[in-house]
Write a protein that binds this ligand. Structure first.
Ligand code: FAD
Length: 399
């Protein structure tokens, strides 16, 4: 029996390793890039955050119920055990994030490549699958050079995110050609653009903040963590986490609390005390020691005050306005940096068209799908790769 796996990324490699090594079964990976695991090698800033010890269904979106059986079968511990059995030492870091002990994403690619080779998986790189059709009970895959026949087919082409690393529409098209349908696609875990160009002056500034997302006047999400200001808007781990919700509708605003550890009253009090102690200082120093200097100046300007004004002239009302502004810094979201910059795709092939235990199509027997091509996306922190492993493993075992 021939099993063709289209896509040699995270889920495809895992599916192929699990499908292989059984007598009479030939497994072939067809990968369009020049090597397998290219995106995988770039994950986690080159460190690969491969899973998280806090894996649970509520960290997933889209087909959140669909993930349950695969996650029950492959929890974080068993994923770590599996990688350790392949020779990868793992290390648990802040927030339960798991990385290879080597700190090199390439180590993850290496152990998967070695395991695939050891189990006799044949890997054909530079081989893009351009079309697919049913042939008898099996499949015929069109590449630029030939037609590849397969008895069973696993589509593990990933999603639209990270185009430079192999992301694209190909997997959706192949599955659609076999009768499947998809939901709307949106970039997720992505930097946000904001209106007004105000962040240009803050480029490079990092701050710990509590972020609230308001969509159409309604609270949609909140997250505390690091925010990085850029010339187009905001980035950083906390922004990535709320980006999915921030792009879920029109008329979106983010509200940043830049001083979450202090109440408005405490901030006002500190400002007034400072005004009393150092009346000759200029207002640009009002937040010195509390906020990054450029954030302090921006807050003063936002309140309609001049940074060169005297701190000694600060009234109680002025201090209250400055405090409120630092705790409710509002920015209008105008969009995102798009699929090219996104880490993952929200939306994908409808999960109700697949069996959540086996990853087999309910519409086309012998067809399986795994990874990001399905309508499943996870939070930032190792959840997306974990889904790739868990779904790839389920598909590979059942094929
Ligand atoms: C920059 C970046 C950093 C990330 N960091 C993390 C992280 O640290 N932790 C985490 O959990 N997630 C991270 N992610 C997300 C994670 O990488 C993906 O969710 C995961 O790789 C999806 O696995 P997959 O197997 O579905 O797809 P991929 O790993 O993208 O693999 C799909 C493969 O299919 C190939 N392919 C596509 N179409 C065809 C075709 N027609 N014919 C042949 N081959 C084809 C592609 O070339 C690709 O190699 C990151 C993503 C990006 C872009």
């Amino acid at each position: 029996m021939t099993v063709a796996v289209v896509g040699g990324g995270a889920s495809g490699l895992m599916a192929a390793i699990r499908a292989a090594g059984k007598p009479g079964k030939q497994v072939v990976i067809l990968e369009r890039q020049s090597r397998v695991g290219r995106k995988l090698a770039a994950t986690g800033n080159g460190r690969c955050n491969l899973t998280n010890i806090n894996i649970s269904p509520d960290r997933y979106h889209g087909g959140a119920d669909f993930v349950v059986p695969a996650l029950q079968r492959t929890d974080a511990e068993s994923a770590i055990r599996l990688f350790e059995s392949l020779g990868l030492l793992c290390a648990v870091e802040e927030d339960g994030r798991v990385y290879p002990y080597t700190d090199q994403a390439n180590s993850v690619v290496d152990v998967l490549r070695f395991a695939a080779a050891g189990r006799g998986v044949s890997v054909r790189c530079g081989c893009e699958v351009l079309g697919v059709r049913r042939r008898g009970k099996g499949f015929a895959l069109e590449t630029a050079e030939e037609t590849v026949a397969a008895d069973k087919l696993i589509i593990a082409c990933g999603g639209a995110a990270g185009a430079r690393l192999g992301g694209g529409m190909s997997g959706y098209r192949l599955l659609e050609a076999l009768g499947h349908s998809r939901t709307e696609l949106r970039p997720a875990l992505v930097q946000l653009k904001t209106e007004g160009g105000e962040t240009r002056a803050l480029k490079g500034v990092r701050a710990e903040a509590e972020l609230k997302v308001i969509v159409g006047g309604r609270p949609a999400a909140e997250k505390r963590g690091e925010v990085q200001f850029t010339d187009y808007g905001v980035s950083g781990p906390a922004v990535f986490d709320i980006s999915r919700d921030a792009l879920s509708g029109k008329d979106t605003e983010i509200v940043l609390d830049l001083l979450c550890r202090l109440s408005e009253e405490e901030i006002s009090h500190r400002l007034l005390r400072r005004a009393e102690e150092w009346p000759g200082l200029s207002l640009e120093n009002a937040f010195a020691g509390m906020l990054h200097s450029r954030l302090g100046v921006m807050t003063v300007k936002r309140c309609g005050m001049s940074p060169s004004g005297r701190l000694g002239n600060l009234t109680e009302d002025g201090a209250a306005r400055l405090a409120a502004c630092a705790k409710h810094l509002k920015m209008k979201v105008s969009g995102s940096m798009g699929f090219d910059a996104a880490q993952v795709t929200a939306g994908g092939i409808r999960t109700d068209e697949f069996d959540p235990y086996t990853m087999e199509s309910r519409l086309c027997p012998g067809l399986y799908a795994a990874g990001e091509v399905l309508d499943v996306d996870g939070d930032c922190g190792g959840f997306n790769l974990h889904w790739a492993w868990a779904s790839g493993l389920a598909a590979g075992d059942s094929v």
